[in-house]
Design a binder for this molecule. Structure first.
Ligand SMILES: C[S@@+](CC[C@H](N)C(=O)[O-])C[C@H]1O[C@@H](n2cnc3c(N)ncnc32)[C@H](O)[C@@H]1O
Length: 408
């Protein structure tokens, strides 16, 4: 018997809430954070070998802690509890593959996402008068769902260029698109609408949950980029979340984008770590020049991909953007060396926080599902894609209570 969303949320929160100081305490320099010192974990983490560190970063601390000699019992206990509480069932629906000609313009990974999602939404699509796809992008899901289920579909998308592309691809189908910011408009839906968001960013997901609760209508939502919120923090939507004090600041929500895996979906773990090391070196260099720069701000105005090319390239760009003299060779060498040492400590100290990333993501998703359940929906959170297809792979599938407007 699957857990109700509220029960699964309570289980997740029983582990997460006592560890919220870790989630909220990002490791920004090589000083051991207060949460680490208070729990007596610093010595163990800093003594990890390079090989063990690489293994933990790749597979996650929870997966490796059983083989690490000298792991503090409280860290082991939290690691195992976090992995257990973050576990969600795999959605049972078979993928639904649309005809090849409908997929011509769709990138390979997106095709796999679409097939899984189409399979998962099929029972709800069968009872919908209209599918509304919020944050539709180039409208692949909207268009193919309209074709597959022979139903009217509306794609709502903020970027006009994507709306034009989506409309062109959908010519002759039952899919229509509007350019609209779903966070600014009053979103009102009918009980026989099916609301879908495939990787609906941050706050947009919360808005969709509240709209589906109000209509009330069915909802299928795959969340992503939870940190994209207008305010400084996300307040819980469910009573269970509110009672437990599940308020997460933007920075803590950003943790949920992190996924431990041997090879990144877009770049290898090694490349990603080396880019992060270069960014840390840049931060040190700018601070040494007397600038008051908070972590993350060092890359302002610079494409994040440039961090791959090393400190020389980054410093040239960052200093020129600030109207400052270019860095000397000696300056670059000094900050590269200091950053290398500091970053190696930071990577070790960051392991406990990273191990809470998935649990934090799961808690937010379950908070959304529980909010719908509290308002009469039958709501389930389940994994709909393999992590290689997309690490943001948790869907809420929520069936609205049957209202008089819908009853036959
Ligand atoms: C990650 S993309 C996903 C696109 C599409 N659903 C897919 O899976 O290919 C998120 C999309 O949501 C759109 N979006 C973000 N905020 C929005 C808002 N407030 N209103 C409408 N669209 C929004 C973005 O422009 C972007 O196209």
């Amino acid at each position: 018997m699957p857990l109700l969303a509220a029960q699964a949320l309570e289980r997740a929160l029983s582990v997460l809430v006592p560890a919220l100081d870790i989630v909220e305490g990002r490791v920004d320099d090589d000083t051991p954070p207060a949460w680490c010192e208070a729990r007596g974990w610093t010595g163990f983490l800093l003594s990890l070998s390079d090989d063990d560190l690489a293994r933990c970063e790749s597979a996650g601390l929870s997966a490796c802690i059983g083989d690490l000699a000298g792991a503090p019992p409280s860290l082991t206990e939290l690691a195992l509890a976090a992995a257990e509480a973050a576990r969600l069932p795999r959605h049972a629906a078979l993928p639904l593959a649309p005809p090849a000609d409908q997929l011509q313009s769709v990138p390979a990974r997106k095709r796999l996402q679409l097939e899984s999602l189409l399979g998962a939404v099929a029972p709800m699509a069968a009872r919908a008068r209209r599918i509304v796809d919020v944050g539709a992008g180039r409208g692949h899901f909207t268009r193919i769902a309209a074709e597959s289920f022979d139903v009217d579909a509306l794609g709502i998308e903020r970027e006009p260029a994507r709306v034009s592309a989506a409309a062109a691809l959908a010519e002759g189908t039952r899919a229509l698109f509007v350019a609209s910011d779903a966070l600014r408009e009053d979103l009102a839906f009918a009980p026989d609408d099916l609301l879908v968001g495939l990787h609906a960013c941050g706050e947009l997901g919360d808005r969709m949950v509240l709209s589906a609760a109000n209509a009330p209508c069915d909802l299928v939502l795959v969340s992503c980029c939870l940190q994209k919120i207008g305010g400084p923090a996300r307040a819980p939507l469910s009573q269970v979340g509110a009672r437990a004090g599940l308020v997460l600041r933007r920075e803590a929500l950003g943790l949920t984008n992190l996924t431990a895996r041997p090879v990144g979906v877009e770049s290898s773990l090694e490349d990603m770590l080396s880019a992060r090391g270069h960014r840390h070196a840049l931060l040190r260099l700018l601070r040494a020049r007397g600038l008051d720069v908070s972590p993350g701000e060092e890359m302002r105005g610079i494409n994040r991909r440039r961090a791959r090319f090393g400190l020389g390239e980054l410093a040239a760009r960052a200093l020129s953007l600030r109207g400052m003299a270019p860095a000397t060779e000696a300056e670059i060498r000094e900050h590269e060396r200091a950053a290398h040492l500091a970053f190696s400590r930071m990577r070790r100290l960051s392991l406990p926080r990273s191990m809470l990333a998935r649990l934090t993501e799961v808690a937010v998703v379950l908070d959304r599902a529980a909010a719908l359940e509290e308002r009469g929906h039958e709501a389930q959170a389940a994994i709909v894609f393999d992590p290689d297809v997309s690490p943001r792979n948790i869907a809420i599938l929520a069936r609205a209570p049957v209202t008089r407007a819908m009853a036959p």
